[in-house]
Design a protein. Structure first.
Length: 294
């Protein structure tokens, strides 16, 4: 039976110890925040606990309740608008109160999530990652949840700017090659490379297919209502839209097949990291896959 791989850390203690200046900075952050960031097991456990707490906050009962209350308020307003003239107070005041309650609940959840992101353990660890990047030590991935990054690029708690310890030399620029040779890194197989290539191309087929199908339907409708035979050529857009859907479906199915190999590669990286090897930065598709597993 294959032993489960440990969770991949953004950076391991072995990598943090490769540069004496960085090692001292990490120890200083540990003393300031009260945690040992050179203990991989403790860091892995701490990250998992805080990630789980943030997940509970973002998907817990208050969020579901606020969603239901907000939906009820909107439905009430829509019903009142469609019902015609009536008691304005009954039609507007109760749903408005429901919407205010829903917004207040969402704001409360958002503030709670921000407070959790400002926990001393996470604050110190973000400083550690910033210091590692500034000293040229590769960070495999900065988890989206750790910086509060949602669907866009805005981060609630970004990595802080790093200031070199007093009296120390200026931090080096980040190199392009990983440091540490305690154990060989797993090779990126052809399947992993194909997954990275496909993942960067995907995501546009459904939207494009819909646009083409709708455009084709409008063209055919114009041909019928305006008696313009030439407009029937728009049916080709519908055919192209359906072909785009099918191509997207095949691409998505192939990506799902390759995702298993990509996850296996990330697990192998985690095992190499646990053996003392510094793991290089993951590619954007692998970072996205890593975040999806959290």
């Amino acid at each position: 039976m294959t032993r489960p791989a440990p969770a991949l850390l953004p950076v391991s203690a072995a990598a943090l110890s490769a540069d004496p200046r960085l090692l001292e900075a990490v120890r200083e952050y540990g003393r300031a925040h009260g945690y040992d960031y050179l203990d991989d097991t403790a860091v892995r456990r701490g990250l998992a606990e805080h990630r789980a707490a943030l997940h509970r906050t973002a998907h817990g009962a208050p969020v579901w309740a606020a969603s239901l209350v907000g939906t009820a308020g909107l439905a009430w307003l829509l019903w009142a608008a469609l019902s015609g003239p009536g008691n304005i107070a009954l039609a507007v005041v109760p749903p408005a109160l429901l919407l205010v309650l829903a917004v207040a609940a969402f704001v409360r959840v958002h503030r709670q999530g921000r407070r959790q992101l400002r926990h001393p353990f996470l604050e110190g660890y973000r400083h550690v990652l910033a210091a590692a990047l500034a000293h040229g030590v590769p960070v495999a991935v900065v988890p989206a949840w750790l910086t509060g990054r949602g669907g866009g690029d805005i981060e609630v708690a970004p990595l802080p700017p790093y200031t070199a310890p007093a009296g120390g030399p200026a931090p080096a620029r980040r190199p392009q090659t990983p440091v540490g040779t305690a154990a060989p890194l797993p090779a990126r197989t052809a399947a992993v490379k194909e997954y990275e290539r496909i993942a960067e191309r995907g995501g546009w087929h459904d939207e494009t297919g819909w646009v083409l199908v709708v455009a084709g339907a409008l063209g055919v409708g114009y041909a019928v209502t305006r008696d313009t035979p030439a407009a029937y050529a728009a049916v080709l857009l519908t055919v192209l839209g359906i072909w785009t859907w099918l191509a997207g479906h095949r691409l998505g199915r192939r990506q799902a097949e390759l995702a298993a190999e990509a996850r296996r590669y990330v697990d192998e990286l985690a095992r190499a990291q646990a053996a003392g090897t510094a793991v290089p930065e993951l590619s954007p598709p692998l970072r996205k896959l890593f975040d999806s597993r959290l």
